[in-house]
Structure formats: C-alpha cells, structure tokens
Ligand binder design. Structure first.
Ligand code: NAP
Length: 233
C-alpha cells in the first residue's frame, strides 16, 4: 500500500492529484486546514481517501498530523507539498516585508514545517518521494528572459516564495539522498488561486504532480519540471 499525503488537498490541484493517485492505487491522506472541507472532498473521492487536519502555518497542527500518521499507518511513501497562496499581486512599491512574510509562511516555511515533521515517516518507506509544487513564476531563468511568457509580471511575494521553494527542494534532495525530492510547475491552471482564469484544466495541471509522485527509487531527484519537461531554475 503506497501511502501519500497531499497538503491543501481539499480543492484545486491538490484535490485532482489526490483523485489521480487514488486511481493509481495509493491510499491518499487529504491534508486540509478546514477538516469539514477535507471531509467533503474525501466523500467526493470515495474509498481510499482519508482526511488529515493540517494547517501548514501551524506547528502544532503539523505535529499532530505527523503523530496521527505515525499512529495509524506508521510510515509515509509520498509527500506532496501542494498547499499554497498567491498573496495579493501587489505593486512592488506597495509591498512590505510583512506582505512577503505572510506568503512565505505558507509557501516556503509551511513546506519546511511539514517536511521536517514527515521525514522520519518517509525514512520508513522503501521508496520515499517528495514533490514540491512550485510555479513557473518561481523560475529566475524565465523571469529574467524577456522572450518568456510571464516575464513581464512584476510582483514580489509569490514569485520569490516559489524561487526559494525551488532552492529548498535542491537542499532537501542533497540532505536526503534516500528520498526522491523534486519540484514541479503545474502550469497556468483554472483554480481559486487565480479566480479560475487559468488556461489549463486541473486534470492537465495535476498530471506533472502525479507523474513525479510516482517516480521509483532510481528515478530523478533535485529536478524542476513542468508538464512539457525540464524548466530553467
Ligand atoms: P487553490 O485551489 O487555491 O488551492 C490551494 C489549496 O491550498 C487549498 O486547499 C487551500 O485550503 C490550501 N491552503 C492554503 N493555505 C493553507 C494552509 N495554511 N494550510 C493548509 N492548506 C492551505 O490553488 P491551486 O491552484 O490548486 O494551488 C495548489 C498549488 O499549485 C499551490 O502551491 C500553487 O502555488 C501551485 N500552482 C498553481 C498554479 C495555477 O495556475 N493554479 C500554477 C502554478 C503553481 P483552503 O481551501 O482552506 O484555502
């Protein structure tokens, strides 16, 4: 039984990744900061979906989630750090350190909290995997290339949080060579994050999350990929 935890899985890309991984035979824990929304999502997904109350900004919530997994299944095979917020797309001149910190608390520090708590459970797996859900907007290479779509977007909190998440991924991959640790860009996908303006469906966007969640022990680590392949850091 492959046991998978997806943070922020009550809707959007996390929920769709859960649906696809359930079809692939995983037992999926849906991390949800609002357990009622998590239960509703689990009911929609059916057998194999379980709810795990989990607010990635709250140390106690993260510790309780790890304890519950330890007590119920005793290990974790796949961790998908998916929970994320966009912050407001503030003008640079209007952006305070507090605005940036709020987005980092979820998109970066949340991943550190959850990963640190879950690594001991992942280390009990024969084939542990971490997938961090970043964004093409975190690519410094693409942001600095005027030919690239989205290079004209100028805003600090979300973009820098995802660039930092990319580096965090490489550091975890080096620290834990026994774990496959990769970071993905789902692409511009219609979800609440962007008021459903994304041009892809969640089925299309979640595909790369699912593909990287299913890599084997000899699979890649420390890579940054989208649905079309490798991305510039
Ligand atoms: P979404 O529909 O808004 O879903 C975000 C999920 O994260 C929700 O389940 C939300 O829970 C959860 N979340 C937010 N803060 C949390 C916290 N403190 N603790 C636990 N869960 C929390 O957005 P999405 O598009 O599916 O985003 C999923 C990931 O994909 C994000 O990391 C995002 O940056 C990334 N991404 C999205 C796109 C895109 O175009 N959509 C593109 C590139 C990358 P609530 O329902 O309780 O708010």
């Amino acid at each position: 039984m492959t046991v998978t935890l997806i943070t922020g899985a009550n809707k959007g890309l996390g929920l769709e990744a859960a649906r696809q991984l359930l079809l692939a035979g995983h037992t999926v824990y849906l991390g949800a900061r609002d357990p009622a929304k998590g239960s509703e999502a689990a009911d929609r997904l059916g057998a194999g979906a379980r709810v795990l109350p989990l607010d990635v900004t709250d140390d106690e919530s993260v510790a309780a989630a790890a304890s519950e997994l330890a007590a119920t299944v005793g290990h974790l095979d796949v961790l998908v750090n998916n929970a994320g917020i966009s912050g407001d797309w503030l003008q640079v001149a209007d952006t305070s350190a507090g605005d940036v910190a709020r987005v980092f608390d979820t998109n970066l520090f949340g991943v550190v909290r959850v990963t640190q708590a879950m690594v001991p459970l992942l280390q009990r797996s024969d084939a542990p995997v971490i997938v961090n859900v970043s964004s093409g907007l975190g690519s410094i290479g693409m942001a600095a290339d005027p030919e690239r779509e989205w290079s004209g977007l100028v805003s600090i909190p979300y973009t820098t949080s995802k660039s930092a998440l990319n580096m965090l991924t490489v550091q975890y991959a080096k620290a834990y060579p026994e774990i496959r640790v990769n970071v993905v860009d789902p692409g511009y996908t219609a979800t609440d994050l962007n008021y459903n303006t994304g041009t892809q469906t969640v089925e299309e966007g979640a595909a790369v999350i699912v593909r990287m969640a299913c890599v084997g022990p000899d699979g890649p680590t420390a890579t940054y990929v989208g649905n079309e392949g490798p991305l510039p850091w």
